[in-house]
Structure formats: structure tokens, C-alpha cells
Design a protein around this ligand. Structure first.
Ligand code: SF4
Ligand code: SF4
Length: 204
């Protein structure tokens, strides 16, 4: 995390390619965390084994955006209803409380404010390209986003989600099929537990 004491921690990291001779800055050595452990305590997957160390393989942002394969079973419930990424560690950072207005150059897109995960599962490659090519969702492509949609449905869906998930069992991508099967099993387990009055426990 890069912390600016006036602007908080929400930044895009970027690079400028130039042939100008530039005097390098000295590396930043300051720490602004003090005794705070808010991000470590709030992380849903306990991805910080110790202060200033992140195990990216447990981070929901990595799992839902960067990972190209199956999300490990032990982290699927922690994904909750997050379709794409996680900002909990930044949301809780006290340096963001008074950071002022965020990124006016990147206005909120109302078309992306709510996306129905069941509807996502119905998008073929062409429909996905038309809908998401110009958005940040393009980054993890159809396979990653539909995988995430299935896992979200497994976590928050009910029997009404089953038709979309069952259709996804025939998807050409095994990552999507695997996530859909997990979600179906999870929903069936949860709904049968509710009907029988037994406490719901993870099936995996
Ligand atoms: S983005 Fe979320 S999952 Fe990743 S380290 Fe931060 S709080 Fe944990
Ligand atoms: S929440 Fe912010 S200030 Fe606190 S430990 Fe994490 S990065 Fe540092």
C-alpha cells in the first residue's frame, strides 16, 4: 500500500516511458502506520501474515482479478458477494477518512453499479466482449468474471440461481464449470439445511 498523508491510499500505479534524463528520487522510507493494525484485522482471508507482508495468494483481489485458474475451495466463501476485487484493507485505513473526493477523473459508471451474476453466466464470448471490452472487467476476461459470478451465486444465491448455474455446467471453460458445480452444491446444501432446520455448514 502506498500511503500519502493528504490523499490516502487509493491510487492507480502507472509508468511514463520517456528518453528524458531524470534525477531519481530517493526511495520512500517513511511508514505512517504506527501501531494501527486495522487492515490486518479486517482482511476477510487473513492475507497479511504479519505487518507489511501480504500473501497475495490469499487476497480476494488477486483471486478474483489476477488468478486465471480455479479459486481455491478454502477461499470461495470469503469471496462473499464480491464479483471483482476487494478494497476492505483500504476502506478501513484511517488515512482515507479525510482524503477528500476520490478520483474525479474516473466518474462512477451507473451501468456497472449493479451486475446480476446470473445474467453474467448467460453471456457468450461475443456478448461479453460487447458489454465489457471498454471496462476494467475486461482484465480477467470472460472466464474469470463468469467464474466469479458462479462463486458469488454459490455464496448468496438460492434455488432461483440454479437454472443459470446448471446451464453453466455446459460451458466450454472448465474453470467456469467447476465454479458452477461448487455453487450448485453449496446452494443445495444451504437450502436443504434451512428446510430441515439444521445449521448450515460448508460442504467443502
Ligand atoms: S484486498 Fe481484501 S483480501 Fe486482499 S489483502 Fe486487502 S482486505 Fe485482504
Ligand atoms: S489500515 Fe492503513 S494505517 Fe493501518 S496498518 Fe493498514 S495501511 Fe497502515
Amino acid at each position: 500500500m502506498l500511503i500519502n498523508t493528504r490523499r490516502g491510499s487509493f491510487f492507480f500505479l502507472g509508468a511514463v516511458l520517456t528518453d528524458l534524463e531524470l534525477e531519481p528520487d530517493s526511495p520512500s522510507t517513511s511508514s505512517h502506520c504506527g501501531t494501527c493494525t486495522a487492515c490486518l484485522d479486517a482482511c476477510p482471508t487473513r492475507a497479511f501474515p504479519e505487518p507489511f507482508v501480504l500473501d497475495a495468494t490469499k487476497c480476494i483481489s488477486y483471486l478474483t482479478i489476477e488468478l486465471r485458474s480455479d479459486i481455491p475451495v478454502e477461499h470461495r466463501e470469503s469471496v462473499g458477494n464480491w464479483l471483482y476485487g476487494c478494497d476492505v484493507c483500504q476502506d478501513v485505513c484511517p488515512w482515507n477518512r479525510n482524503a477528500g473526493s476520490r478520483a474525479p477523473a474516473f466518474p462512477h459508471d451507473p451501468d456497472l453499479a449493479w451486475i446480476d451474476p446470473a445474467e453474467l453466466l448467460g453471456l457468450d464470448a461475443d456478448a461479453f466482449r460487447v458489454r465489457f471490452k471498454k471496462t476494467s472487467f475486461w482484465r480477467n476476461r470472460r472466464t474469470g468474471l463468469l467464474r466469479n459470478a458462479a462463486i458469488v451465486l454459490g455464496n448468496i444465491g438460492d434455488e432461483r440461481s440454479l437454472p443459470a448455474l446448471e446451464k453453466a455446467l455446459a460451458d466450454p471453460e472448465d474453470v467456469i464449470r467447476n465454479a458452477a458445480q461448487w455453487a450448485i452444491d453449496h446452494i443445495r446444501h444451504r437450502t436443504s439445511s434451512v428446510k430441515s432446520g439444521l445449521p448450515s455448514a460448508p460442504s467443502d
